[in-house]
Design a protein around this ligand. Structure first.
Ligand code: PLP
Length: 389
């Protein structure tokens, strides 16, 4: 009998993507500084990076990573429960808890890994999850692998959320969780954390917030939109964005931290973060509370960009943060503008389905406090001079 080649699905999937003009590939870039890269044979002003405070190139942070590498080596050599917990891991966790005004903190190896593994540790097949329709893929991944039933409520629609909570209470669900983000990665809009706390309390639901785009940038001392809020059960922060390095952390109660150390596979069965990363996170954490001027500048950049884009007739959706989408709708126009900006020396990501809903293709500008007013003016002027043909 003729057998289909066992990897035929690979070629087929790639061909389908190519046919839909959605085949993606990796492009090498070389960083010059926090906002400029070389690539595509030129120097580009980068509006795609999540290095919101420019810390990935900060001399103090680089020095801290080098110092811990010299003192502790390049690897932590084992998982945390075996022999991969050094004094610097525990010390950093205490500092993270103190800085965020939360009871305890636990490091995880990335934001994706945190969401993918924390949710299954907290939920079971009998649980019900209510999550915002626009949450990040890693949260969906975690919810699905928990086996819990889940309902995606309309984006930021707390009436929809509340009616789902009411129904669940009537049905007698034994464990419920509300899962959402504080700043949404594709729209740059924010959740109403106070209202979510209220709903979670009222209906006895676990409140799980992904603060990936807010830590470092928003909230008290730049420590995120759930800082100083013990009512939020679980807050996930990443160190790959505003912290300028890598890794992630969860802040929670002491007993929940203890529970995760014992029951969370993605914490238990993986090598601890390396000393260089611990050094970088620690140095970033020392700097971040003092960066109010940078955060103000960053806020002013987005407060300039949004009305300028709107004056040119473009939608910036409900953005209220340093993430500013320019929603064009059509995939072709989005790709045109992205290509054209590249020709003018500007790097801006085109975001298309399936990452966002059909008909909402967009460019996503991620601003950094390392962008100058001149950088922003150049972006605005360049967009203004684009003729779509
Ligand atoms: C970037 C991001 C993550 C993933 O964090 P990494 O540390 O990059 O793995 C998780 N959640 C949200 C909302 C994000 O934007």
């Amino acid at each position: 009998m003729e057998q289909t080649p066992k990897l035929a699905f690979v070629e087929q999937a790639l061909a389908e993507r190519a046919q839909q003009q959605q085949l993606r590939s990796l492009q090498p870039l070389h960083p010059i500084d926090a906002v400029r890269v070389t690539g595509y044979g030129q120097t580009l002003l980068n509006f795609t990076s999540n290095d919101y405070l420019g810390l990935s190139k900060h001399p103090q942070i680089i020095a801290a990573a080098q110092r811990y590498t010299a003192q502790y080596g390049t690897g932590a050599t084992a998982s945390r429960l075996v022999s991969g917990t050094y004094d610097i891991h525990l010390h950093l966790e205490e500092q993270l808890a103190a800085a965020t005004g939360r009871e305890a903190a636990l490091l995880l190896n990335s934001g994706f890994q945190a969401n993918a593994t924390l949710l299954p540790a907290l939920l079971d097949r009998q649980s019900l999850v209510l999550c915002d329709r626009l949450v990040h893929n890693s949260l969906i991944h975690g919810i699905r692998s928990s086996g819990a039933r889940f309902i995606r409520y309309a984006h930021n629609d707390l009436n929809h959320l509340e009616s789902a909570l009411q129904q669940a209470v009537q049905q007698g669900v034994h464990r419920m969780a509300i899962v959402t983000e504080t700043v949404f990665s594709m729209d740059g809009d924010c959740s109403d954390v106070e209202a979510l706390i209220q709903l979670a309390n009222q209906y006895g639901a676990i409140l799980y917030l992904d603060d990936a785009h807010a830590v470092g940038v928003l909230g008290q001392r730049g420590m995120g939109l759930a800082a100083d809020r013990p009512e939020v059960d679980i807050v996930v922060g990443t160190c790959g964005k505003a912290f300028g390095s890598f890794g992630a952390f969860v802040t929670c109660s002491r007993s929940l931290r203890q529970y995760l150390i014992n029951f969370c596979p993605g914490f238990i069965y993986t090598t601890a973060l390396p000393p260089a990363v611990i050094g970088a996170i620690e140095a970033a954490l020392l700097l971040i509370p003092s960066l109010d001027a940078e955060r103000l500048h960053l806020a002013q950049l987005s407060q300039t960009l949004r009305p300028e884009l709107q004056a040119l007739g473009y939608s910036t959706a409900a953005s209220r943060s340093h993430i500013v989408p320019l929603v064009l709708g059509s995939e072709t126009r989005t790709l045109h503008l992205s290509d054209w900006l590249k020709q003018q020396g500007i790097l801006a990501t085109a975001i298309r389905p399936p990452t966002v809903a059909a008909g909402t293709s967009r460019l996503r500008f991620a601003l950094s406090s390392s962008h100058t007013v001149e950088h922003l003016q150049y972006l605005i002027q360049t967009i203004a001079s684009w003729t779509d043909c």
